[in-house]
Design a protein around this ligand. Sequence first.
Ligand code: URA
Length: 219
Amino acid sequence: MTDLSAVPPVTASVMVVDHPLVQHKVTLVRSEDTTTDNFRRLVREISQLLTYEATRDLAMETIAIKTPIAPMQSPVLSGKKLCLVSILRAGNGFLDGMLDLLPAARVGHIGLYRDPETLEPIEYYFKMPEDIHERLVIVVDPMLATGNSAIAALNRLKEAGVSTLKYVCLIASRQGLTALRAAHPDVAIVTAAIDEELNEHGYIVPGLGDAGDRLYGTK
Ligand code: URA
């Protein structure tokens, strides 16, 4: 029998998507002059582009089809089915763009709010597909700030039996990224930017402000 304690844990990748289209759009969403409608459209477009990278290693198989000209063997997605999990509420701003590319994916929601004093996450909602444990789960939240919500969400999903997870965000703070990597080294992370600082309220600096408020025009 293999002694698994001798096997080093898998450390998944952190991908910063530095594609010019992504970086241009990230600059526009950061700007305080960007209106709510443009902010929402840009987040949708960025989430599509990040989804493209986050799904780069999906398993494939070849099937037989016929084109109008000839039969051929052609690749299609195979392997685990997908579930996108949004951390409410800003995660929902990412979902539409992701579902544009992954229309058959199931969707789960986790509601977590940050205690304003401790910045610790408090769960108020958890709704997942019944077969979540069989799926590849991509967790989405535009802002990875302290990392506390992301860690709590991933803990909860692992408790529900999920074994294959990725995390996609728009901007990660260095601190949040370090904390998330330490708590969940097996989870691959895709982001468009890494910012160096957090302020005393747990906001990313320079960041883009409150993603939920900017998406939904609530401030
Ligand atoms: N959540 C946000 O919306 N923005 C931040 O900068 C941090 C957390």
